[in-house]
Design a protein around this ligand. Structure first.
Ligand code: BES
Ligand code: ZN
Ligand code: ZN
Length: 469
């Protein structure tokens, strides 16, 4: 196979002495660098790509994102040329974090979902020779990216390959080797749990629901009370009796992305060995419909006893999340609860695929950290208000609350619904718009993105450092 070198270069100053180019080539590369190109290709006699340090980006986070995008451009160019093996040479990009961003993007961009393709694309492999990034850090980046790609795979799997029970089994896979403790509730435990939200949504299904607890508890955690993550595990959302029409059902195998994120984050914490006690909860079912399915006007009783009038069976995610949140409230004494869910079309309409619709109550202390992690990973969030006026949207004439507002500010009323079930500091991340792309955007997609996984891993990294002070 043809050998490919990807050479990370700073620009003119480092070119003259670079022994990889003839004088003529160096002149060409220098002109390219001066012309604002991100990289340039020298195909003969060896295939070499000179990548220029994004000197114009003055902000670190923007530099890293620029580098990620360039790396994905290069990877896709090579794949088009049927070149699947490369060496990355970092000789004077004396900025470890941007080399890391480059390598990260190569890992993320080389993912594709080929489970059901008869002819699979050859895998892309690369080797990094870096003077600035040590071997351990390279390996860690690779492992963390593998977690992101693993989460993407889970989201890309169709419902026929991943029901709620299989999702729970997936959470168990390899977990103990990583030092995670995973508990999947038995059928009986679940049936008698009083989780009327989860069981209610599951009524219309021929398959069983599942509830999975994943615990990461290092020897000397910095936090006394655990952080609890809750992920929406709707393995397929047909809408229930309020069945989705048109093409709204098309991508609904991805409605368990929140669950995939939580599983992936828990695994990443263990990979990093962070000194934080964190617990992940994954309530899961599909939202199909049969003769037993919930109908409008039904009243269900949630884990904490709250009664809920169902006014729309397609607002199902909040029902399972609320049960899990109530479970955490009662049994886990959480320092912070973070819910992650593909919850509303409203979030997707508000921000498109560029960011997460975030909401919080009593969690101001965590907001700057989340925002910084968002910038650094380019998995950004935008906070919406949780004003108490929104609560009246959920008032019901027959039960304590109803599950669905009038449609305005849908991502907020959904957050308000879940908020009713805990008094702990609360962050809600509505990832409906960002988890699945029909067209590739640089190193994201096509297909699942696992958007939010790198964000939360970085958040926990920063939190661990902060608490250590
Ligand atoms: N899973 C959907 C939300 C969704 C929409 C996720 C688009 C990903 C992409 C959710 O269960 C849902 O159906 N939400 C309804 C709520 C409404 C009935 C209050 C919505 O947003 O339309
Ligand atoms: Zn729905
Ligand atoms: Zn849903």
């Amino acid at each position: 196979m043809k050998k490919v070198s990807i050479i990370l270069l700073r620009g003119d100053d480092s070119l003259s002495g670079c022994r990889r180019f003839t004088e003529e080539e160096a002149g060409y590369v220098a002109r390219k660098a001066a012309s604002d190109a991100d990289y340039c290709v020298l195909p003969f006699p060896e295939y070499r790509i000179a990548v220029f340090y994004p000197i114009k980006e003055t902000q670190k986070s923007q530099r890293w994102e620029k580098v990620r995008r360039t790396a994905s451009d290069i990877l896709h160019l090579l794949q088009k040329e049927k070149l699947y093996e490369a060496e990355v040479l970092d000789e004077d990009w004396a900025d470890t974090a941007s080399v890391e961003a480059f390598v990260e993007s190569l890992h993320l961009s080389s993912y594709s979902f080929s489970e059901f393709k008869t002819e699979k694309k050859p895998a892309f492999s690369f080797h990094v020779v870096s003077e600035y990034m040590e071997e351990g850090r390279l390996r860690l980046t690779e492992r963390l990216c593998a977690e992101v790609n693993r989460a993407k795979y889970l989201v890309d799997l169709p419902f026929s390959a991943l029901n709620a029970v299989q999702l729970a089994e997936w959470a168990q896979k390899g977990a103990s080797e990583l030092g995670l403790e995973v508990k999947v509730w038995s059928e009986e435990a679940l049936a008698s749990s009083g989780m009327g939200g989860l069981l209610g949504v599951n009524k219309g299904s021929v398959d069983k629901p599942s509830f999975t607890e994943i615990e990461y508890r290092p020897a000397a955690p910095k936090n006394k009370k655990p952080v609890v993550l809750v992920g929406k595990g709707v393995v397929f959302d047909a809408g229930g009796m309020n069945i989705k029409t048109g093409n709204y059902m098309e991508d609904m195998k991805t409605d368990m992305a929140g669950a995939a994120l939580v599983i992936g984050i828990m695994r990443s914490l263990a990979v990093l060995g962070l000194p934080l006690h964190v617990k992940g909860l994954v309530p899961a079912t599909d939202n199909r419909l049969n003769g037993n399915a919930l109908v409008c006007g039904d009243v269900i009783r949630m884990y904490d006893g709250t009664t809920v009038e169902i006014t729309n069976t397609d607002a199902e995610g909040r029902l399972l999340l609320a049960d899990a949140v109530a479970y955490a409230q009662k049994n886990l004494d959480p320092a912070l609860i973070v819910t992650m869910a593909t919850l509303t079309g409203a979030a997707s309409r508000a921000l498109g695929s560029e960011g997460i619709a975030a909401m919080q109550e009593e969690a101001d202390a965590y907001v700057p950290l989340l925002q910084q992690a968002g910038e650094d990973t380019h998995e950004r969030l935008c906070f919406f208000p949780m004003w108490k006026e929104y609560e009246k949207e959920l008032e019901s004439g027959v039960a304590d609350i109803k599950n669905c507002g009038n449609g305005a500010a849908g991502m907020i009323t959904a957050a308000k619904f879940i908020r009713r079930f805990t008094t702990a500091p609360f962050v809600h991340l509505d990832v409906a718009g960002v988890e699945y792309l029909h067209r590739r955007d640089a190193y994201r997609g096509p297909g699942a993105t696992a958007f939010g996984l790198r964000l939360m891993t970085e958040f926990f990294r920063m939190l661990a450092q902060q608490e250590m002070k």
